[in-house]
Design a protein around this ligand. Structure first.
Ligand code: CA
Ligand code: CA
Length: 139
């Protein structure tokens, strides 16, 4: 993970563990401290999940917190799906027909994943538009 410098250059600040095979990252302030955090979708071992890395504000992150998020999560987006002011996550599960929704509590933690009803094929490898539209219809 690098930090931006003047003149378009990046400085390496370190590498942060998020299990095996991270596929997708969503950025947001999940705990309302004014510092950007990361949600990392990992599709491996055995079912993958989402790792939440809370930012320290200096380009480094606290150790990841794991959340189960369906079968083979390969893409994640962050938005406030239930309109409570806290960022939530929508995760595409590439080896199933589901999108998993994890509601945030505003303190950097998330409720267990809920499945959005099956999507029509093709399967949701990249959920942004489709999942947001579907989530909007169930809350
Ligand atoms: Ca934060
Ligand atoms: Ca929310």
């Amino acid at each position: 993970m690098g930090c931006g410098l003047a003149l378009g250059q990046f400085e390496t600040r370190g590498q942060f563990t998020a299990s095996h095979r991270p596929y997708s990252i969503a950025v947001g302030d999940f705990n309302h401290d004014g510092i950007l955090d990361l949600a990392v979708a990992t599709a491996c071992c055995p079912n993958g999940g989402v790792y939440i890395l809370l930012g320290n504000g200096d380009g480094t992150f606290k150790p990841g917190m794991y959340y189960s998020a369906g079968i083979s999560p390969t893409s994640v987006v962050a938005a406030d799906f239930d309109h409570d002011g806290d960022l939530d996550l929508a995760v595409a599960n590439s080896l199933s027909d589901y999108v998993s929704i994890l509601l945030g509590n505003g303190e950097g933690h998330f409720a267990p994943a809920r499945r959005v009803p099956p999507l029509p094929r093709p399967r949701p490898a990249f959920p942004a538009a489709t999942s947001m539209a579907m989530v909007g219809s169930i809350w």
